[in-house]
Design a protein around this ligand. Structure first.
Ligand SMILES: Cc1cc2nc3c(=O)[nH]c(=O)nc-3n(C[C@H](O)[C@H](O)[C@H](O)COP(=O)(O)OP(=O)(O)OC[C@H]3O[C@@H](n4cnc5c(N)ncnc54)[C@H](O)[C@@H]3O)c2cc1C
Length: 405
C-alpha cells in the first residue's frame, strides 16, 4: 500500500493543473497522480487541432458563464476566484505565452499543444508530483477519514482525493456507489446531418450571420453557418447542439430547423424583393445575388423558389416573390442525425452540481473528496471554455486542499 497525502485520479488537463498547484502551494505534501493510460494529457495533445485552445479572451465572469449550457449558474462564483486572466498569467509566469485570435480563442504562441504538455510535465517534476502511468483506478473506499484506492497495479491510501477523470462512465458508476448522483451522459458539440437539394454540392459556403430555431422547442441561436459535405456546422449550429444536447438527444437527433439567412422579417424581405422587381426588371434573379449572401447559396435558394436560371425579376409573380422571401427568412430543413465536430467530442452529463460546494469544489456528501473538469456535469461550447472550466475547478480545489493540511 502506497500512502500519499493527496491523490489525483486522472492525469488529464484538470488532474495535472490541480496536482501542480497543490504541490507548489504546499511543498510539504506528498501528491500523486494515478493515470490509467501510458501517458497523460492525451486530450490536451489533440486539442484545438493540435494547437490547444487554452482559454478564451472573455474577461467578464457574467459574460464568460454564458458559454456553459451546463454550469452557467455554478461557475459564476468560481470565475470571480480564477478565470481567463488568471489562466493567462499562470502560463505566462511559467514561460508559456498565449495569443488571442480574431474570434477570441487563445492558443500558445508556439501554435503547439506540446508547449502546454511540456510546461505541465516540467512543473510536475519540479514540484515532485509522483505520476503513476498505467494505473487504472478500479475502486475507491472511504474509511476512517482515509481513502483506499485500488488500481490495476496496486493499492494506495490518502487523506484527500481529487477526481479528474473526465467523462469516464466507469468512474461515474463508482461515484454513484459512493453516494453521488450522476446525470446520464449525452454528446454535446456536434454538427447537423442534413440531406437537402438547397445545400447539396456547395460545401464550404458560409452565411455570415443567420438565425436558427429548432422547431417545437425554445432553442434558438445566431452566428455564422457553414455548409458542409454532410449538412451544417459553425457557431450557429454548434451552439444549438450544446444548449440543446438533452432535448436533441431525446428526439434521437431527428428534428426540423428554421433558418433566417438574412436576419430580416419575412415582410421586410418581401418589400425589398418587390422593389428589386422594379429596379432590376430586365436582369435574371439567379444572377443578381442580394443581401450579401454567398452567390452559390443565393443560386440554390432562387431555384428552390419555383424559378429557373432564366427567370427575370419583371416576370416574378406573387407566389414566387413570397417563396423567395420564405427561403431567405424561414427556410425549413430536416435534420436526420449528427456528426462529430472536428473530433472535439464533449459530453454533457456528470456529477450532479447540487452535490458540490463551488467555493472549494469539494463534495457536499463526502468530506475530503474533490472534483474538477469534465467529471462534473459542466460543459461548454467550443472556443477554449471547456479547458477554462478544468483550470478553474482544479485551481480552486488545489488551493483548498493545499491550505487544509
Ligand atoms: C479532440 C478534442 C479536442 C478538444 N479541443 C479543445 C480545445 O481546444 N479547447 C477546449 O477548451 N476544450 C477542448 N476539448 C475538450 C477538453 O479536452 C476537455 O474538456 C478537457 O480535456 C477536460 O479535462 P479533464 O481533465 O476533465 O479530462 P481529460 O482531459 O479527459 O482527462 C481525464 C484523464 O483521466 C484519466 N482516467 C480516466 N479514468 C481513469 C481511471 N479509472 N483511472 C485513472 N485514470 C483515469 C484519462 O485517461 C485522462 O487522462 C477537446 C476535446 C477533444 C476530444
Amino acid at each position: 500500500m502506497i500512502k500519499k497525502d493527496v491523490i489525483i485520479v486522472g492525469g488529464g488537463a484538470a488532474g495535472f493543473f490541480a496536482a501542480i498547484n497543490i504541490a507548489e502551494q504546499n511543498p510539504d505534501l506528498k501528491v500523486a497522480i494515478l493515470e490509467r493510460a501510458k501517458a497523460g494529457l492525451a486530450k490536451v495533445k489533440v486539442s484545438g487541432g493540435g494547437r490547444c485552445n487554452v482559454t478564451h479572451a472573455e474577461f467578464t465572469p457574467s459574460e464568460l458563464v454564458q458559454n456553459y449550457p451546463r454550469g452557467e449558474k455554478e461557475l459564476l462564483g468560481p470565475f470571480h476566484q480564477f478565470m481567463t486572466g488568471d489562466t493567462i498569467a499562470w502560463f505566462e509566469e511559467r514561460g508559456v505565452e498565449l495569443k488571442i485570435e480574431d474570434d477570441g480563442r487563445m492558443f500558445p504562441v508556439s501554435n503547439s499543444s506540446q508547449t502546454i504538455i511540456d510546461c505541465f510535465l516540467s512543473e510536475a517534476e519540479k514540484h515532485q508530483v509522483d505520476v503513476f502511468y498505467n494505473y487504472a483506478v478500479k475502486s475507491i473506499e472511504n474509511q476512517d477519514d482515509e481513502f483506499h484506492i485500488e488500481t490495476s497495479e496496486g493499492s494506495f491510501s490518502s487523506n484527500k482525493i481529487l477526481i479528474a477523470t473526465g467523462s469516464n462512465p466507469k468512474i461515474w458508476k463508482l461515484l454513484e456507489n459512493l453516494g453521488h448522483t450522476v446525470s446520464q451522459p449525452v454528446p454535446s458539440l456536434f454538427t447537423f446531418n442534413i440531406k437537402d437539394e438547397r445545400i447539396q454540392d456547395i460545401p464550404g459556403v458560409v452565411a455570415s450571420h443567420v438565425e436558427v430555431k429548432v422547431l417545437g422547442t425554445d432553442l434558438w441561436s445566431e452566428g455564422p453557418l457553414l455548409i458542409t459535405h454532410w449538412g451544417m456546422s459553425a457557431p450557429s449550429i454548434l451552439k444549438l447542439s450544446a444548449f440543446g444536447a438533452l432535448e436533441l438527444a431525446k428526439r434521437d437527433y431527428k428534428f426540423q430547423i428554421e433558418i433566417n439567412f438574412i436576419k430580416q422579417s419575412f415582410e421586410d424581405c418581401l418589400e425589398v424583393l418587390k422593389a428589386l422587381k422594379k429596379e432590376l426588371a430586365k436582369k435574371t434573379v439567379f444572377k443578381s445575388t442580394q443581401f450579401d449572401l454567398p452567390k452559390r447559396l443565393w443560386h440554390k435558394l432562387v431555384l428552390a423558389s419555383n424559378m429557373v436560371e432564366e427567370t427575370r425579376w419583371a416576370d416574378l409573380n406573387k407566389a414566387q416573390l413570397e417563396a423567395l422571401a420564405s427561403q431567405l427568412t424561414k427556410a425549413i430543413f430536416n435534420v436526420e442525425g449528427k456528426s462529430t465536430f472536428k473530433e472535439e467530442f464533449v459530453t454533457a452529463g456528470g456529477v450532479n452540481l447540487k452535490e458540490i460546494n463551488f467555493k472549494t469544489f469539494e463534495s457536499k456528501r463526502i468530506k475530503n473528496l474533490y472534483f474538477a473538469g469534465e467529471v462534473l456535469n459542466i460543459d461548454a461550447i467550443t472556443g477554449g471554455f471547456n479547458f477554462q472550466n478544468a483550470w478553474t475547478g482544479a485551481f480552486i480545489a488545489a488551493r483548498d486542499i493545499a491550505k487544509s493540511f
